[in-house]
Design a protein around this ligand. Structure first.
Ligand SMILES: *Cc1c(COP(=O)(O)O)cnc(C)c1O
Length: 212
């Protein structure tokens, strides 16, 4: 089997697994070369995650029929790329940056997830859980952005399941019965995230890297 077939088969098996759980895949292509992206597009994937704004712009321009999701840290001076080209912004954790992004969305509405820091590490991206209510209220005031859910990354070591439970309960409180996305789970922990209610998982290495 060649590499392209192997990638297609990994993608198909993940898609089948997620379909059973009714969870959406975000194919994290940040380390993947263009030809691997081409293989997944040919297989039928349309949702890709990028962590660098210029790469997102480049790929969104090259493959405009796919949805390009921003999952990485964002500086205000790169906000235009996300406002113009992102299909969803998963890593929103700063109001000034959000205002800067909103200035570039033009006549559309950009769906946004608030990134919450559910790791035990205060250096990680994301707002603190105790700041979520106030942050969400401020974000809701910004025209051009629509808050649609929460995103989080579990700690590398430590209690992954408990971190996912924390994010889920924050989502439940904030959305109070209406639908809110729960974007959590990466290659190493996505099965736990699914058990804890993820609606979107972000998979990079387990999908693209044949060594895993
Ligand atoms: C890179 C990245 C992923 C994918 O990680 P893998 O472990 O390769 O699946 C998911 N989410 C974010 C925010 C990332 O930066």
């Amino acid at each position: 089997m060649n590499q392209q077939q192997a990638l297609t088969e990994r993608w198909q098996s993940i898609v089948r697994e997620l379909a059973v759980a009714n969870v959406r895949l975000l194919a994290v292509s940040k380390y993947a070369p263009d030809d691997a992206v081409e293989v997944l597009i040919a297989a039928g994937e349309t949702n890709f995650g990028e962590s660098r704004p210029q790469n997102l712009r480049d790929r969104a321009t090259r493959w405009p029929d796919c949805q390009w999701h921003m999952i990485g840290p964002l500086q205000k001076n790169k906000a235009k790329y996300i406002g113009r080209f992102a299909a969803m912004w998963h890593s929103c954790d700063n109001i000034e940056t959000a205002q800067a992004v909103a200035r570039h969305v033009e006549d559309r509405v950009l769906p946004v997830l608030i990134q919450v820091n559910i790791s035990d590490n205060p250096e990680q991206s994301g707002i603190k859980p105790q700041d979520l209510t106030a942050f969400a209220a401020e974000l809701s005031q910004i025209d051009g952005l629509k808050l649609v859910g929460l995103m989080g990354m579990a700690p590398q070591q430590g209690d992954v399941r408990n971190a996912f439970r924390t994010l889920r309960s924050l989502r439940d409180q904030l959305f109070n019965g209406s639908f809110g996305e729960l974007c959590m789970g990466m290659s190493n922990d996505y099965r736990i995230a699914i058990e804890e209610g993820a609606t979107i998982v972000r998979l990079g290495s387990t999908l693209f890297d044949s060594r895993t």
